[in-house]
Design a protein around this ligand. Structure first.
Ligand SMILES: NC(=O)c1ccc[n+]([C@@H]2O[C@H](COP(=O)([O-])OP(=O)(O)OC[C@H]3O[C@@H](n4cnc5c(N)ncnc54)[C@H](O)[C@@H]3O)[C@@H](O)[C@H]2O)c1
Length: 338
């Protein structure tokens, strides 16, 4: 196989972003689409020249013209579709959050492993330029050991009521902050404890479903690093900031204003290299599209055996555990150990 034939299940908002990303990857071919709303399938097919419109996802999974599927349905529908796809021998890209509980995520991950198919989850921040470079620089020891990592994450007002519902979308914590739980794990490893608080400050949907629209979360990692996340669906402003403070310097990523990142490296203690200051790296002009495109390339290349899988089902299980611990903390007002 030198090209992966992709079927898209769920042709809403994110499917257009995913399709645009895959259209940039020559080894990926957008081959089929299924949405319960026929019009949504047709819009996506017309826009991206997708040749096959299926009448059900089961029909898509039975087709030998499809090698892999992108699961882009509302979250509460992910589990069954992913398990069915894995059982049909299709490689699976599942949008985040993988599901709504740890048990569901584990069942999905098990199905992928049992069937020997790739399962990648939509943690696209892992593939977005300044975050990737920060990872490389962290791993090379450039800022020493992480002392503290913090992020402010600003989403958007949900487009559907299901996003607020703990049984359908999971609310701000599971739907949106899950990205940051995965990112923090990627940078700082597993967490030991989490304490979170939040409330439905603005949106009626959040109030009705009893899920917060603003959350503050404090973490302690197993390696001793401290973490903090503020997440909001109501800030009226998109994107995020990330700060990582290490024993030898720090990184600052600003996707709010600058769309870029900077490194501040502490110079040697003997004074030979002078003090402080921004050093060496300033990365501006980040494009979100590039992250989704790299994510699409990663999925395609994993299937073709050209790269190791990343943002796997196993990563998503771990991120979900962290999210559910934070959820338990909000509900109990207690620090939760992982
Ligand atoms: N990674 C990201 O940046 C990102 C961004 C937005 C959404 N998402 C995730 O993507 C998923 C979808 O979100 P969205 O914003 O595109 O939602 P959406 O409501 O815009 O689209 C969902 C689509 O799924 C279709 N659908 C519903 N039931 C279906 C079924 N049984 N079979 C097939 N299709 C069905 C709907 O008709 C709709 O077209 C969610 O899990 C969400 O959390 C990820």
């Amino acid at each position: 196989m030198n090209q992966v034939r992709i079927g898209i299940i769920g042709a809403g908002r994110i499917s257009h972003v995913m399709s645009a990303a895959h259209a940039q990857v020559p080894e990926s071919k957008l081959q089929g689409v299924f949405d319960v709303a026929r019009g949504a399938s047709e819009r996506l097919a017309d826009k991206f020249g997708i040749p096959l419109i299926f009448e059900s996802y089961e029909e898509m999974l039975a087709s030998d013209e499809i090698d892999a599927v992108l699961v882009c349905t509302p979250t509460f529908l992910h589990e069954q579709i992913v398990i069915d796809a894995a059982n049909a021998g299709k490689h699976v890209f599942c949008q985040k959050p993988m599901a709504l509980t740890v048990e569901q995520c584990e069942r999905m991950n098990d199905a992928a492993r049992r069937n020997g198919v790739i399962l990648q989850v939509g943690f696209m921040i892992r593939f977005t330029p300044p975050f990737v470079e920060v990872k490389e620089r962290l791993d090379s020891g450039e800022i020493g050991d992480i002392i503290a990592i913090r992020s402010a994450v600003f989403g958007w007002e949900p487009t559907g009521d299901w996003f607020y519902d703990p049984n359908r979308g999971g609310g701000l914590l599971i739907d949106t902050i899950i990205h940051t739980f995965d990112l923090f794990r990627w940078y700082a490893g597993d967490a030991a404890t989490v304490y979170a608080d939040g409330g439905a400050y603005v949106f009626e949907g959040a109030r009705r479903h009893g899920t917060p629209d603003n959350i503050m979360c404090a973490l302690k990692f197993k390696n001793g690093a401290m973490g903090s996340i503020y997440g909001s669906w109501s800030s009226g402003y998109g994107d995020k900031t990330l700060e990582i403070y290490g024993t030898k310097g720090s990184f600052f990523i600003d996707l709010m204003e600058a769309q870029g990142g900077r490194a501040f490296i502490k110079k040697s203690a003997d004074g030979s290299a002078g003090g402080g200051g921004a050093e060496g790296w300033s990365n501006l002009g980040v494009l979100w599209k590039f992250g989704y495109q790299q994510e699409a390339r990663q999925f395609t290349y994993s299937i073709l055996g050209k790269t190791e899988p990343s943002a796997t089902g196993t990563d998503a299980v771990a991120a979900q555990k962290l999210a559910m611990a934070a959820d338990a903390s909000i509900r109990s007002s207690r620090i939760v150990e992982l």
